[in-house]
Design a protein around this ligand. Structure first.
Ligand code: NI
Length: 281
C-alpha cells in the first residue's frame, strides 16, 4: 500500500515538472543591430511592410521586386526598415559597400567534372548557380541533390537545350515544366530561376511558367576556347560589381578556371553569391 502511494507521488512530481517545463515562456527574439551600409532588396514580386514585427499587424505599404530599403535591425524573422517591418523571407540582405558577383554554370550536371567543381567550391565555402538540362538531371540525380544540399542555386536550362523563341508556346512551356518537375522529384524543391539556352527568351513567358529568366554579363566562351588561362583573362578584364559570369561545368579547363577565379576574385574584394542574392539592375 505504502509503495503504491510513493509511486503516485513520484508520478505527480514528474508530471508537474513536465508541465512547468512546457510552460516556460517563449524567449522574446533578440534584436540585432545592423551596420550603416546594410540594405535590403525585395526578392519577390510584392512584399508587405507591417507596422510591427508580426504578420498580424497592420500593413503599412507594399514594395515590389528589386526595391531597395535601408535597414537598421533584425528581430527574429523581421527586419526593421524606415516605414515598419518586413519579413526576412521576402528580401535579400546585402552590404552596399561590398562588390557581388555570381558564377553560373549551364548545361550540366556533368558526370565527369561537376563533382570536381563541387569539391573545390565546398573547400572554399562558395555558392554558385547551376542551370541544368532536364535530360542530364535524369542521368545524374545524385549530383543535383548534392548541389542543393551544399547550398548552390539549382535552376532550369530546359530539357533538351532548346531555343525557346523558336518553339510554340505549348512546346516552350513543356520544355521548362518537364525540367522543373524532374528537379522537384530529385531535390524536393521547384526551381524559381531559369537560364534560357542561347539567351533567347519568349516574350511574357515568365508570366506563364512563373519563372525568372537570368541572363549573363560576361560570356567566357569557355566551351569554345577550352583554355584555363584564356577564361581567367576574359573574366578579369570585364569583372565589376554585379557581374554574372557564364560558364559550363562540362570542361576540365572551366572547372580549373572557375576555382582559380574564385580565389583571385575573393582576394580582390568580391563576394561570390548565387543569382537570387545578386541585386539585379
Ligand atoms: Ni546552354
Amino acid at each position: 500500500m505504502k509503495t503504491r502511494r510513493w509511486r503516485r507521488w513520484i508520478f505527480m512530481a514528474v508530471l508537474l515538472v513536465g508541465v512547468l517545463c512546457l510552460r516556460q515562456p517563449v524567449q522574446a527574439a533578440e534584436s540585432q543591430m545592423l551596420g550603416d551600409t546594410m540594405r535590403l532588396a525585395v526578392k519577390v514580386a510584392t512584399a508587405l511592410i507591417h507596422s510591427e514585427a508580426s504578420g498580424d499587424s497592420a500593413v503599412v505599404k507594399n514594395v515590389g521586386f528589386g526595391e531597395q530599403l535601408k535597414v537598421t535591425e533584425k528581430t527574429g524573422n523581421w527586419y526593421k526598415v524606415s516605414d515598419g517591418y518586413i519579413h526576412t523571407s521576402k528580401v535579400v540582405l546585402y552590404d552596399k559597400n561590398k562588390k557581388h558577383i555570381a558564377l553560373t554554370f549551364d548545361d550540366g550536371p556533368d558526370a565527369r567534372y561537376t563533382s570536381v567543381l563541387l569539391d573545390g567550391l565546398r573547400a572554399r565555402n562558395i555558392k554558385v548557380s547551376f542551370f541544368l538540362l532536364g535530360e542530364k538531371v535524369e542521368q545524374n540525380p545524385d549530383l543535383v541533390r548534392r548541389m542543393q544540399e551544399e547550398g548552390h542555386l539549382v535552376g532550369n536550362h530546359t530539357y533538351h537545350h532548346v531555343q525557346l523563341d523558336k518553339l510554340s508556346d505549348a512546346k516552350a512551356r513543356e520544355e521548362i515544366l518537364k525540367t522543373n518537375n524532374l528537379i522537384y522529384e530529385t531535390t524536393g524543391r521547384y526551381p524559381q530561376y531559369m537560364r534560357p539556352p542561347f539567351g533567347a527568351w519568349k516574350k511574357n513567358l515568365e508570366l506563364r511558367v512563373e519563372m525568372m529568366p537570368v541572363f549573363w554579363t560576361i560570356d567566357t566562351l569557355d566551351w569554345k576556347v577550352q583554355n584555363t588561362e584564356q577564361i581567367i583573362k576574359t573574366v578579369e578584364e570585364k569583372i565589376k560589381d554585379g557581374s554574372i559570369i557564364l560558364m559550363h561545368d562540362e570542361y576540365k579547363t572551366t572547372v580549373e578556371a572557375a576555382l582559380r577565379l574564385a580565389d583571385s576574385l575573393k582576394e580582390k574584394g568580391y563576394e561570390l553569391v548565387t543569382v537570387d542574392e545578386l541585386i539585379m539592375p
